[in-house]
Structures are given as structure tokens and as C-alpha cells.
Write a protein that binds this ligand. Structure first.
Ligand code: AMP
Length: 195
């Protein structure tokens, strides 16, 4: 468990939380960021905020989000570049969403002598995901959008998951349990992760 204690002390870990839409990334990210004092960045939350505030970024993102497809890479990569903390560990949720974003992140971090320490992929069966998304009723959770987002996940995001698997950074976490149980499982995986 030493990595966890080091992380609490020196913010040494940079974590990515991945998984299909509805897997519980947002909920778990908030808990983990607090627990390990990591800087939490959710591209989905940043984009939704931009839409509500009617900024240029929001304008650029809305039509993609309404359709359940990915906002263009250059937009989200810039968003990450502008929001990554200078010091301390971070927790990314919702980014990267494809191989191009994953590689852009690696390049961005390498320039600063940093790297992704651990990638957690929340695994939840599709029927359960559909049920969960029906219950949370977010503006981009219309039935057609939800199905599109699942398809986008399979075609675009899964290759990024495999990229981290090949790099030996990936940890699978069974996300079909209570928030507390999934959180415990994630903490066990983080405890076992090597920096
Ligand atoms: P999320 O809240 O992470 O489920 O994201 C909601 C929506 O925001 C997605 O369906 C995409 O349209 C957009 N989005 C969030 N993160 C990204 C990203 N890294 N790349 C492209 N689009 C994104």
C-alpha cells in the first residue's frame, strides 16, 4: 500500500478513470480525488459547464454532445492542456476517449517529465449501463444519444483502453456493485499500482 501513502503525501500519482458511459466514473472520480488529494478533471463536466455558460467552447461542443459523439480532438486536447495542474497528481475522468487523445496526453506529460501512473477501467455490463443512464436523466442522456455513446465507446475508446493495457498501466475494476464497494475495489488496485 505504500504508493497510496506516498500519493497522499506527495501527490505522486496520475490516474485515469476509464469505462463506458454510465459506469460510474464521475461518482468514483469525486471520491478518489478527495481521498488522495488529486486534481480532478472531467472533460464532460467542463464541456457541460461551458454549454450552460454559453461560451465559445460550449457552442463548439454542444452539437456533438447532443448527438452522443466525440467533441473534436483538438478542442478537448486543448482543454486538458489548459487545465492540467503544474504540480501534484491528477485524476482524469472522461479523457482520453480515443487513441489520438491518449497519445497527445503522453506527449504533453513527457515534456514535463511526467507520465500516467495508473489507468482504471470500470467494467459494467451493457444492460446495467442502460438502466443506470435511464435513471440519472442528464441532458445528453436521451435514449438515442445513450446508444450512440455506447457505440462510440466500443469503437473509439476501447482502442485507447488497449493502448494502456499494452503499456502495462491498465487495471480492470468490476463496477457492478455499490458505490462504496467499487470505491474499495479501486483503492485496492491503486494500492497495488507501481509508480
Ligand atoms: P461524459 O460526461 O464524460 O460522459 O461526456 C459527455 C460527452 O461529452 C461525451 O459524449 C462527448 O460528447 C463529450 N466528451 C467528454 N469528454 C470527451 C473527450 N475526451 N473527447 C471528446 N468528447 C468528449
Amino acid at each position: 500500500m505504500w504508493v497510496v501513502y506516498e500519493a497522499e503525501k506527495d501527490n505522486l500519482v496520475n490516474v485515469i478513470l476509464m469505462g463506458p458511459p454510465g459506469a460510474g466514473k464521475g461518482t468514483q472520480a469525486e471520491l478518489l480525488a478527495k481521498r488522495y488529494a488529486l486534481f480532478h478533471i472531467s472533460t464532460g463536466d467542463l464541456l457541460r459547464k461551458a454549454i450552460l455558460e454559453k461560451t465559445k467552447l460550449g457552442e463548439a461542443a454542444k452539437s456533438y454532445m447532443d448527438r452522443g459523439i466525440l467533441v473534436p480532438d483538438e478542442v478537448v486536447i486543448r482543454l486538458i492542456r489548459e487545465n492540467l495542474p503544474q504540480n501534484g497528481g491528477f485524476l482524469l475522468d472522461g479523457f482520453p476517449r480515443n487513441l489520438k487523445q491518449a497519445k497527445a496526453l503522453d506527449e504533453m506529460l513527457a515534456k514535463e517529465g511526467k507520465e500516467v501512473t495508473c489507468v482504471l477501467n470500470l467494467n459494467v455490463a451493457e444492460v446495467e449501463l442502460l438502466k443506470r443512464m435511464k435513471e440519472r436523466a442528464r441532458f445528453d442522456d436521451h435514449p438515442e444519444t445513450v446508444l450512440k455513446r455506447l457505440e462510440v465507446y466500443r469503437h473509439e475508446t476501447e482502442p485507447a483502453v488497449l493502448y494502456y493495457k499494452e503499456k502495462g498501466r491498465l487495471k480492470w475494476v468490476d463496477g457492478a456493485a455499490s458505490v462504496k464497494e467499487v470505491n474499495d475495489r479501486i483503492q485496492r488496485e491503486l494500492g497495488a499500482a507501481q509508480p
